[in-house]
Design a protein around this ligand. Structure first.
Ligand SMILES: *Cc1c(COP(=O)(O)O)cnc(C)c1O
Length: 413
């Protein structure tokens, strides 16, 4: 697409005004919002006032006067409509990893001997947390191809493993693969999990805020997701956890901290779980970062995620339309089979990405040979993506990446 054509698309784009909600540095094209969302103007001013006023002046009284204590619930209720959840079913707390531990444990229930089925190419933290929990609770973890696992071969693998009358079974699935951008059909997977008597735990890290998500329609039992990716909550922003209404009553999880107690300020010696979603709370909420996430979510006010999705698809088409030789598209071409990132394969992916970053196009690298580009329509213009695809072509065709300085790996990639 020519830059003139891209500019015409931007003029006709109903989402174009949303870019003004962000505070983006000049001179760069940011294609890494799938890894760390950029700063919103609302978060910037909110963090300033929370630090200077609520903390600086209000001090400890702000727990009440600024209702810090219920922030995890309030921010959860702001995320709820983005994932198709009713109010009161989402809490914001801790990190995705920790929330995963809590909901997996809740899904498995109190006894030992449960079975966790997950994908071999799931995000590592999902695998590690499941492994740690399996070890702790004497559960069994089986990772592989979920479709195969659910279509019965697991029965041969582990005898009567799927006999749910004998053991709880939990299927842990990440909707969009962080490496390839491939997306599962969640309605189908959850239905198949339920058909074998299993509960479904869904990781929405690369879904929430990227496209319409509907946990109610998919019927997932539990879900977790990230605050700092598509939700733009800031580095290390707290994560969210969703519990289907049918599991809220009597909800139990093993990280029984005082904030998940029914009456934390009774300071009773024995734990009594809070009712509903608050039972997933553990300790004191990080008010500064939770306020940043709260304010950042205002970027979604009045936004139709279906429109966001269709713009992301249009950006995808522009970006992959005419890839240079030697670059392979790893992400499924069919929109229903993918999220909103583009993953490209190149033998020198790390160096190519460094050369792109040196030219102001920021994406990231994943082992062993993958470049990822997040297409985030709230702030990306058609002209940005058209330019980025031209710069990628130039870097590949001129071998601009072939310099020692682009091949030294940093600690964080
Ligand atoms: C980003 C991501 C996480 C991050 O977990 P943290 O605990 O926030 O570090 C977890 N799972 C998936 C699928 C992710 O993409």
């Amino acid at each position: 697409m020519t830059l003139d054509e891209a500019e015409a698309r931007d003029r006709a784009d109903p989402l174009a005004p949303l870019r003004d909600r962000f505070s983006l540095p000049g001179g760069i094209i940011y294609l890494d919002g799938n890894s760390l969302g950029p700063l919103t103007k609302s978060a910037l001013s909110r963090v300033r006032s929370v630090v200077a006023e609520e903390w600086g002046r209000g001090l400890i009284t702000s727990w009440n006067t600024h209702d810090w204590i219920d922030l995890p619930r309030r921010v959860g209720d702001k995320i709820a409509p983005l994932i198709g959840a009713p109010s009161g079913t989402v809490i914001v707390a801790d990190s995705t990893s920790i929330n995963l531990f809590k909901v997996l444990a809740a899904a498995l229930g109190p006894g030992p001997g449960g079975l966790i089925l997950t994908e071999r190419d799931n995000f590592p933290t999902d695998l590690y947390v499941a492994e740690g929990l399996a070890h702790l609770g004497q559960h069994e973890l089986v990772s592989g191809d979920l479709h195969e696992l659910l279509s019965g071969s697991v029965r041969q693998m582990s005898g009567s493993a799927m006999d749910v009358s004998r053991r709880p079974v939990v299927v842990l699935v990440t909707e969009v693969n962080y490496r390839t951008g491939a997306r599962h059909d969640m309605v189908d997977l959850v239905r198949r999990a339920h058909a074998v008597g299993a509960l479904a735990v869904t990781d929405l890290c690369h879904s929430a805020g990227a496209f319409p998500v509907d946990v109610t329609a998919t019927g997932t039992d539990f879900a977790v997701g990230c605050g700092y990716k598509y939700l733009n909550g800031g580095p290390g922003a707290p994560a969210f956890a969703y519990v289907a209404p049918r599991h809220l009553q009597g909800l139990r999880q093993p990280l029984t901290g005082w904030m998940g107690h029914a009456q934390p300020f009774d300071f009773a010696p024995d734990y009594r779980p809070a009712g509903g979603i608050d039972a997933l709370r553990v300790g004191t909420p990080p008010i500064l970062s939770m306020s940043a996430l709260d304010a950042a979510l205002e970027a979604f006010t009045g936004v139709d995620l279906a429109q966001v999705r269709s713009k992301a698809d249009a950006l995808f088409d522009i970006f992959v339309h005419d890839l240079p030789d030697g670059v392979e598209l790893l992400t499924p071409a069919d929109p229903k089979d993918r999220g909103t990132q583009v993953s490209l394969r190149h033998p020198e992916a790390y160096a190519v990405m460094q050369a792109l970053i040196a030219r102001g196009v920021i994406g990231d690298f994943r082992q062993p040979d993958i470049m990822r580009f997040g297409l985030t329509p709230l702030y990306l213009r058609f002209v940005d993506v058209a330019k980025a695809s031209g710069i990628l072509r130039e870097v590949i065709e001129t071998r601009a990446w072939d310099r020692a300085e682009f091949k030294t790996r940093a600690k964080v990639v």
